[in-house]
Design a protein around this ligand. Structure first.
Ligand code: ADP
Ligand code: XUL
Length: 517
């Protein structure tokens, strides 16, 4: 059996698979807010951060690990696990002193992880991906490199507030003494992988690309970016490595405490988005994943390290080799909900009345579907912008607005993913809104590609389990055939008759956007 772990923003999830039986044996989650209320982080982070700061307590992630393994060991025989891999929320960073490696090499199973590791922290809390406090540091790094284009060309993204490099720089500037005491900087992923391995293990190429520090094409830390970020940084990071690298046996702490075999191996951990690409069965170019959650994300495998000339998209390492893109849209479900509530509809009516009754007007009315600030494109919108018939603009026919909002969201996605120049052969849809058939059909029509939906509830933890099995010698495409099948009856085909209408609408949307930002 192979174990995948995903330490995400709100929970730690385990997925245990048996490739021989082609089955998921166990899925189990610890919810940080509900299961560890002592950390006062109901949504996985410390509320009330100032000036855009969003931090989490890294000890919460370790208590969750003890709790999860305790529960798992009662449910299943962990001695059958051959290999463990995992993923973590991207960009979050953990700061440790010179005692960290010695501490994790000699963990006492009679004590908790937290009591033994917390003295090694040089920074009590970890900035996570929701943190937007590093505008000044992004500007400094960009200036030192000679412009955004150069940062993007090297690292796959322009300098981004939540990325770890700007966060490290902010720590160095605000507490230089604590920074100097820091011997090791880990990402959430490599931190947890190190605890399991009983030694500090490298950051993988998938998650490492979310730091503004990795030279994408050379797959090494970029000297100029390191220097622009903080002094002596290279010595605090291990050289990055391939996701499927096996690091050795699991630490004796887990063998004695939870019944893992002393022969159980650990692989590197990656970011939750790269792991999700694996778990959604989308590691080869042509497959696209659209996740319709709180915010919407669009991610896809890419053969080369091509970057977005406008700087909205990010490029990360693909755990299966090559690269992947990730584009994040802030106005996702919350914008859909805002309009649904304004129109006084439930989801079924939104779908039925908003979409089915207006099919004849596909692409005719245009909406920039932003109810607040957006990151793709980056602009402080104060509300949607509309252009179309009087009954649409005035709101006298609400169904037209529901259609135009959704069309606008997916035209915006199509527009901002054009830079990848990858033909979309198949879209795998996930996230809360993916179960809405009307929305799913609209995605199929706008991208003119078939839509598939999977039964997986945690694609990152499943992806991690598949990475573990691959590191253990199994063939990834064969595993994906079995574990990432489209749910029966979930496939929707595009209507070719709508291709021309949406091509025209794309042009109109682009012009409206250019005139509005
Ligand atoms: P996250 O993981 O980001 O918390 P989810 O992927 O769980 O989010 O998605 C939650 C969202 O899904 C909710 O905010 C809700 O707006 C949306 N949602 C749930 N059911 C439907 C539906 N039938 N149609 C459209 N949207 C839906
Ligand atoms: C990606 C990002 C988030 C985190 C948390 O850039 O910030 O998706 O990985 O899930």
């Amino acid at each position: 059996m192979f174990l995948g772990l995903d330490s995400s923003t709100q929970s730690l999830t385990a997925v245990l698979i048996d490739p021989a039986m082609g089955e998921i044996m166990v899925q189990l989650s610890v919810n940080f807010g509900a299961d560890l209320p002592q950390y006062l982080s109901p949504s996985g982070f410390i509320p009330g951060g100032e000036k855009g700061e969003v931090h989490a307590n890294p000890m919460m992630w370790l208590d969750a690990l003890d709790l999860l393994f305790g529960r798992l060991s009662h449910l299943t025989d962990l001695s059958k696990v051959k290999l463990i891999a995992g993923s973590g929320q991207q960009h979050g960073s953990v700061y440790l002193d010179g005692s960290f490696d010695a501490r994790i090499a000699a963990l006492d199973p009679g004590q908790s992880l937290v009591s033994q590791i917390s003295p090694a922290l040089t920074r009590a809390t970890s900035p996570i991906w929701m943190d937007t406090s590093t505008g000044a540091e992004c500007a400094e790094i960009t200036a030192a490199l000679g412009g955004s284009g150069e940062v993007c060309h090297r690292s796959g993204s322009i300098a981004i507030e939540r990325f770890s490099g700007p966060q490290i720089r902010r720590f160095y500037k605000s507490d230089p003494a604590a920074y100097a005491r820091t011997a090791r900087i880990h990402l959430v992923s490599s931190f947890i992988a190190s605890i399991l391995a009983g030694k500090s293990v490298p950051i993988d190429f998938g998650d490492g690309a979310g730091m503004n520090l990795l030279n994408l094409s050379r797959q090494i830390w970029d000297t100029e970016l390191l220097v622009a970020t903080a002094p002596e940084l290279c010595a605090k990071l291990l050289p990055p490595a391939l996701t499927t690298t096996i690091e050795g046996s699991v630490s004796a702490y887990f063998v004695e405490k939870y019944g893992f075999s002393s022969e159980c191996q650990t692989a590197l951990f990656t970011g939750d988005n790269p792991a999700s690409l694996v778990g959604m069965g989308a590691t080869t170019p042509g497959n696209v994943v659209i996740s319709l959650g709180t915010s919407d994300t669009f991610f896809a495998a890419m053969p080369g390290p091509k970057t977005d000339p406008r700087g909205y998209g990010h490029v990360f390492g693909n755990p299966a080799g090559g690269y992947m893109s990730l584009i994040c849209f802030r106005n996702g479900s919350l914008a859909r909900e805002a309009l649904r509530d304004k129109l006084g509809l439930d989801w079924a009516a939104f779908d039925r009345e908003g979409l089915a009754s207006t099919l004849g007007q596909a692409g005719e009315n245009l909406m920039l579907p932003f109810f607040g600030a957006e990151i793709t494109p980056r602009h402080d919108f104060t509300g949607p912008v509309m252009k179309g018939s009087p009954e649409f603009e005035s709101g006298s026919n609400p169904a037209l607005q529901a259609r135009a909002l959704l069309e606008g969201q997916f035209l915006n996605m199509r527009l901002h993913s054009e830079w990848m120049e990858v033909k979309t052969e198949r879209i795998r849809l996930t996230g809360g809104a993916s179960k809405n058939d009307g929305i799913a059909q609209l995605v199929a029509d706008i991208f003119q590609a078939p839509i598939e939906r999977l039964d997986v509830s945690n694609s990152a933890a499943l992806g991690a389990a598949l990475i573990a099995a691959t590191a253990g010698g199994h063939d990834l495409p064969a595993l994906q055939e079995v574990f990432c099948k489209a749910a029966p009856g979930s496939t929707l085909l595009p209507d070719p008759a709508l291709a021309a209408a949406y091509q025209k609408a794309l042009g109109g949307f682009k012009s409206l956007l250019a005139a509005s930002v």
